[in-house]
Design a protein around this ligand. Structure first.
Ligand code: SAH
Ligand code: DHB
Ligand code: MG
Length: 210
């Protein structure tokens, strides 16, 4: 058993999340939801910073969405989740409904950049962001998150290490280049206090100062 399996084994068995993971596999979707401990961390962070408005970028089957929504207060909390694929968004919404969280989530279908610009025009602002969509747009997602952030908002970002491709100087792909730019901007941004942990696939955490 590895250390992640040991620690995930300590978490009480979660039928709801296990079901989502199984249905994702059964539908032939890529198994790229966050891991159990990572999902729990999202719940801890959302609840710990008392977030009421949470924005997720990249829904897939709603696994991380359930974890984020579980951190919200029962009254007056909302998860907004942006997903490119209409059928993924529908499936994720079904999964949140089955988890008893349907009344706390709003899915928006389409490119997340457009979705974030629309949210900005609508005057929506957020206390917590989870960035987990297409890697080429991570630098733009960071810029937009900063425009949509309330002071003190938290930003969590998955895949900062891109399966270690950011470490490989021979990897000149768009995704690796964008993630290196994201990592640098995230780490040194004047409005952020941030860290990228070498956990999972590189886990970025930042608080938006003022
Ligand atoms: N956060 C999910 C996993 C997300 S996988 C979880 O842990 O449960 C990445 C998702 O981003 C996929 O569902 C993919 O369809 C979506 N995606 C890719 N490009 C996108 C874009 N431009 N806008 C919005 N979503 C996008
Ligand atoms: C991929 C995307 C992810 O968000 C992830 O967590 C793992 C893999 C991918 O596109 O390969
Ligand atoms: Mg990811």
């Amino acid at each position: 058993m590895d250390r992640e399996a040991y620690l995930d084994g300590l978490l009480a068995e979660d039928e709801v999340l296990r079901g989502v993971r199984e249905r994702i596999e059964a539908r032939g979707m890529r198994p790229i939801s966050v891991a159990p401990g990572y999902g729990r961390l999202l719940t801890v962070l959302v609840r710990g910073c008392r977030a009421r408005e949470v924005l997720e970028i990249g829904a897939l089957g709603g696994y991380s969405g359930i974890c984020l929504a579980r951190g919200l207060p029962e009254q007056g909390g909302r998860l907004t989740s942006l997903e490119l694929e209409a059928d993924y968004a529908r499936f994720a919404e079904e999964n949140l409904r089955a988890a008893g969280l349907g009344d706390r989530v709003e899915y928006r279908v389409g490119p997340a950049l457009d979705g974030m610009e629309a949210l900005e025009r609508e005057g929506r602002r957020f206390d917590f962001f989870f960035v987990d969509a297409d890697k080429e747009n991570y630098p733009a997602y960071l810029d937009l998150a900063l425009r949509l952030a309330r002071p003190g908002a938290l930003i969590a970002a998955d895949n900062a290490l891109l399966q270690d491709r950011v470490l490989d100087p021979d990897d000149t792909s768009d995704a690796a280049g964008a993630m290196r730019r994201f990592d640098l901007a995230f780490s040194r941004h004047p409005r952020l206090t941030s860290v990228i942990l070498p956990a999972y696939d590189g886990l970025g955490l930042a608080v938006v100062d003022g």
